[in-house]
Design a protein around this ligand. Structure first.
Ligand code: EPZ
Length: 421
């Protein structure tokens, strides 16, 4: 039976929301369990569809996974397969993260090519170039990447052609048990990279420089088990901050920090947000009418592509106009026609969208297309006049833990409804 999210807009969000652990940190951290035969225990793991997908993939490889609430213990002492099948990889591209750890520890890996996704082509060439620099032979066979390094990986010096979060994580994990030193240049600087480096170091790894554009990894013979707490989800944080702003509400977000969102903070302040910093989070509320602000998405510490759709929803009701330019993914304006159905005035010219603010958005039936486009529509719906129904909720369930209850507790009129076909 199809499920929809029904939102009655126009209610300011007031109250407090506890931010969950970061999906995009938990995914590589869980994969890091492949690097050791001892147990890796992760806490603050969000309960999300993507986390269940990576758990399923790790289990197919032979990893034992015990999940108890938000704690997950993984043990890879008995790997039985080094193949990541198409059926799982096609549902979640982050599955490609098993490539580096498998080839580093077992000398071989067979990982399905992810293919296209809602955001565009999204190549994995940088992952492969890095592994080749470390001595792996990578070939494509029947839709699969087949990587071998029967004598193990060798440390290498490698400069990324494009800044890739996933390639940085893949190569950092592989290099942590390669022979000798690896120097990775032009790497991603996202806080999730630092979280992964901290976990690898807690496992006995020697990773330096995470958070800068050069990471130096001294390979060790073996890594051991560890306990590690997943960092807060900065994208969930940014999404709820924007929801507070667009509804004219007053929200306190806990278990998080604005330090993970420097450019988003600066942009929201220009748009009319006031922040009050607390020891475990912050309060956000509107400081006058929402102003149009121009934004260009960029690798961290720039404005996150993952908050582009939520920010566009906000700009939909700004005073004046805003130009939003997407530089990371070629196909990340799929929410534009849906926002237009809600009355937003948006014109797309290539990689840029010109948004002229309207007085108010109106509720409408709309369709989610990816995780962040979906939350953009939810945010628009929270502010719109009337009722919005959002379909294809599986996208939201990939990235937002307990979305409805978190919003309902702050006064939002949001419910999940099943409709017979
Ligand atoms: C990560 O994806 C995130 N996913 C994405 O979050 C996020 O949008 C993206 O980084 C950018 O910040 C996870 O962390 C699990 P990339 P990733 O490799 O690693 C090109 C969400 O909603 N590229 O940094 O796959 C690529 O096509 C998601 O939570 C190559 O050309 O992204 C893109 O244009 C969706 N060759 C750009 O680099 C490569 O080998 C950045 O991609 C790899 C990437």
């Amino acid at each position: 039976m199809p499920t929809f999210l029904k939102v009655q807009g126009g209610v300011p969000l007031n109250g407090s929301i506890a931010i969950s652990g970061a999906k995009n940190s938990a995914l590589p951290l869980m994969v890091a369990s492949l690097l050791t035969d001892q147990s890796l225990t992760l806490t603050n793991v969000p309960d999300l569809a993507d986390i269940r997908t990576i758990t399923q993939l790790l289990e197919i490889l032979g990893v034992s996974a015990q999940v108890d609430g938000n704690t997950c213990t993984l043990n890879a002492s008995n790997i039985t397969s080094t193949t990541a099948p198409y059926d799982l990889v096609k549902t979640m591209r982050a599955s490609v993260l098993v490539l580096g750890p498998l080839v580093a520890r077992y000398g071989k890996a067979r990982v399905s090519l992810p293919g296209g996704c809602a955001l565009g082509a999204r190549a994995v060439d940088v992952h492969l170039e890095g592994l080749r620099a470390m001595g792996a032979v990578c070939e494509l066979e029947e839709g699969y990447i087949v990587a071998t390094a029967l004598k193990g990986l060798q440390g290498a010096s490698f400069t990324m052609r494009v800044v890739s979060v996933g390639a940085t994580e893949n190569l950092m994990m592989a290099a942590s048990i390669a022979k000798g030193q690896t120097i990775l240049r032009n790497v991603a600087r996202e806080p999730e990279i630092i979280d992964l480096a901290n976990c690898l170091n807690a496992m006995g790894g020697k990773v330096c420089g995470a958070g800068t554009d050069t990471i130096v990894i001294d390979g060790v013979d073996t890594l051991h088990g560890a306990n590690h707490k997943v960092m807060p989800d900065r994208l969930e944080t940014g999404s709820y901050a924007i929801a507070a702003l667009i509804t004219g509400g007053d929200l306190t977000l806990t278990n998080t920090s604005l330090d993970y969102l420097p450019m988003v903070r600066e942009t929201l302040e220009k748009a009319g947000a006031f922040f009050e910093i607390h020891h475990d989070g912050f309060r956000i509320y509107q400081n006058g009418a929402i102003q149009g602000v121009d934004v260009m998405t960029e690798p961290y510490p720039g404005f996150a592509t993952d908050l582009q759709a939520p920010f566009m929803a906000l700009m939909g009701v700004c005073e004046g106009a805003s130009m939003i330019t997407e530089t990371i993914f070629e196909n990340r304006f799929m929410h534009v026609p849906e926002l237009a159905r809600m009355g937003a005035n948006i014109q797309v010219h290539g990689a840029s969208a010109m948004i002229r603010g309207v007085k108010h958005l109106s509720g409408a039936p709309v369709m989610a297309t990816d995780i962040r486009a979906s939350i953009g529509l939810v945010i628009a719906a929270l502010a719109a006049k009337g009722e919005t129904t959002i379909s294809r909720l599986y996208h939201l369930d990939r990235g937002y833990e307990q979305l409805e209850s978190k919003l309902q507790n702050c006064g939002a009129k949001v419910e999940r409804v099943k409709v017979s076909a």
